[in-house]
Ligand binder design. Structure first.
Ligand code: NAD
Length: 504
């Protein structure tokens, strides 16, 4: 296992930026504090990358592009499988590092890290099977297509799944033959630096994976760089609008994986225990900080009271505490700002008439966790569709529950607002479940489950939740351009200005 991860797990380690196959001293002296959210103490710092730092990282990606893109996909796949193996060897250490920086329970991070290598193996595999098409067309021509990579690409990632989201993007980008510059979230930038170093340890050529840390300005400088030919962002909808505008000016293609307000529809014929267990997971895994967190529960009035009582009791039993402790079921939220937002939205929901049925007790954690950004899993019932809590993303462990009487009303409630990312439907009636699924606006629908994610299962939203896809062939192809080649098979040549015919 890599000693490097031990160094980064030690508080205060700052090795600079990572590009050209090595850690590099940043050209800026400015740093960003990285806070351990479980204790609200500074864990370490990373450089707050300047324009010159962005330039240097992009230059490394540019100089690596020619050789990496020229490799046969079979040879690129071999490199990528080795990278996946190195990640797999380091899963226990990576899980600890993710937990320190995000505050997410170690149990969650161990489960998530276990599947990370699959994304790399999957994209390495399908890239070898990428096929163009060929046609014989009018006039004695053969047309054929093949895919080519785009160049150095920018990967802008959030803090909630620092490794998972990065690997989803990076695996597709690299398998397609691009090189990348990563700008991780300023709140959780450590594991992406480590991942880049593991890529080098696995034998990926220098400059294929580069990381420049810093805040929004660093991200904006990267997006504006003339040598960046694709931008893949996962982040808030506000950030998406800014980055898409910048990309529009440069005519650079983008993928926008943005925010959501995921509905959970629980029908009268649902397996109630299953819906409560699944709903609880959807709402409170990652302390409610996933883009598809079950946030807005829409529950049939026949089972409303039983569902509310059941999920509230289960929410109140969730154990908060030291994220490193295997018994801990939920960690803190990421920051004081995030905690304040949760508390404000709970207070506002109650002022608007909602009734709090879980989460009222104090967290009561011993030092040093008494200072951490903990918010108890909170359930509010009787939330009306015009309330802020029904409409706005909390990005924390706070859910709303609203009753409905018929399917048409369930769909109106689920589709309220402008997001369109995930949705789950809980019903034992297969026709009803599919009917609802057809009527839902969104990019991912789970029937009798929630949050299942797999490299083969496309992922992405519509409207304010963004556009473009992660996972699957769509993601690989979004990182390439399809070139069309037209071959003349007829002997001789045309001479239009000497009277030859054209266009049939
Ligand atoms: P964020 O928008 O604050 O930051 C995302 C990344 O963009 C960070 O690296 C940040 O530094 C960078 N950035 C911010 N402003 C920028 C700018 N003007 N130019 C260039 N880069 C900029 O998001 P966050 O708080 O890290 O993540 C939470 C948000 O992400 C939530 O809204 C959540 O729903 C969303 N999210 C979406 C998905 C999805 O798959 N759709 C997955 C996870 C998270």
């Amino acid at each position: 296992m890599s000693d490097l991860i031990d160094a980064f797990t030690t508080a205060g380690t700052n090795k600079g930026l990572y590009y050209g196959g090595a850690f590099q001293t940043a050209q800026t002296k400015a740093v960003v504090d990285v806070i351990n959210p479980a204790t609200a103490t500074r864990f370490t710092t990373v450089p707050d990358g300047s324009l010159a730092d962005v330039d240097a990282a992009v230059a490394a990606a540019r100089s690596a592009f020619e050789d990496w893109s020229a490799l046969d996909p079979i040879d690129r796949a071999r490199h990528l499988r080795r990278f996946a193996d190195v990640i797999r060897e380091n899963i226990p250490k990576l899980a600890v590092l993710e937990t320190i920086v995000t505050g997410r329970a170690l149990k969650e991070m161990k489960a998530q890290m276990g599947r990370i290598p699959e994304w790399i193996e999957y994209f390495a595999g399908i890239a070898m099977g990428l096929e163009g098409e060929s046609n014989v067309v009018k006039g004695g021509y053969i047309t054929l297509t093949h895919y080519t990579p785009l160049g150095p690409v920018a990967l802008l990632t959030p803090w909630n799944h620092p490794i998972l989201i990065l690997v989803k993007k990076m695996a597709a980008a690299l398998a397609a033959g691009n090189t990348c510059v990563v700008k991780p979230s300023e709140l959780a930038p450590v594991s992406p630096l480590v991942l880049a170093a593991l890529a080098t340890e696995a034998g990926l050529p220098d400059g294929v994976v580069n990381v420049v840390t810093g805040g929004p300005q660093t991200g904006a400088a990267l997006c504006a760089h003339p040598d960046i030919h694709y931008i893949d962002l996962t982040g808030g909808t506000g950030t998406g609008r800014k980055v898409a505008a910048l990309a529009g000016e440069r005519l650079v293609r983008t993928t926008m994986e943005l925010g959501g307000k995921t509905p959970v529809i629980v029908c009268q014929d649902a397996n109630l225990d299953g819906a409560i267990a699944g709903g609880l997971f959807s709402a409170f895994v990652a302390s409610g900080q996933t883009c598809v967190s079950g946030a807005r529960f829409v529950v049939h009035s026949d089972i409303y009271d039983r569902f509310v009582t059941g999920i509230a009791a289960r929410a109140d039993a969730i154990m908060l505490g030291d994220p490193m402790d295997d018994k801990t079921q939920m960690g803190p939220v990421i920051s004081q700002t995030s905690k304040d937002k949760c508390l404000l939205m709970i207070a506002q929901a109650k002022m608007d008439g909602a009734v709090q049925v879980a989460g009222a007790q104090a967290s009561d954690l011993p030092a040093p966790f008494d200072e951490g950004y903990f918010v108890r899993p909170t359930v509010l019932k009787d939330v009306r569709p015009d309330q802020e809590l029904f409409l706005e993303e909390v990005f924390g462990p706070v859910i709303s529950i609203t009753p409905y009487d018929d399917e048409a009303e369930a769909l109106v409630l689920a589709n309220t607002g402008n997001f369109g990312l995930g949705c789950s439907v809980w019903s034992r009636d297969i026709s009803r479940a599919h009917r609802l699924s057809l009527g839902i606006r969104g990019g991912v629908v789970w029937l009798n489950d929630h949050h299942r994610n797999d490299p083969r299962s496309v992922w992405g939203g519509v409207r304010d939740s963004g556009f473009g896809k992660e996972n699957g062939w769509d993601a690989l192809k979004s990182y390439m351009t399809k070139k069309s080649v037209i071959v003349r098979t007829v002997d001789g040549h045309d001479d239009w200005f000497a009277g030859s015919k054209r266009y049939g």
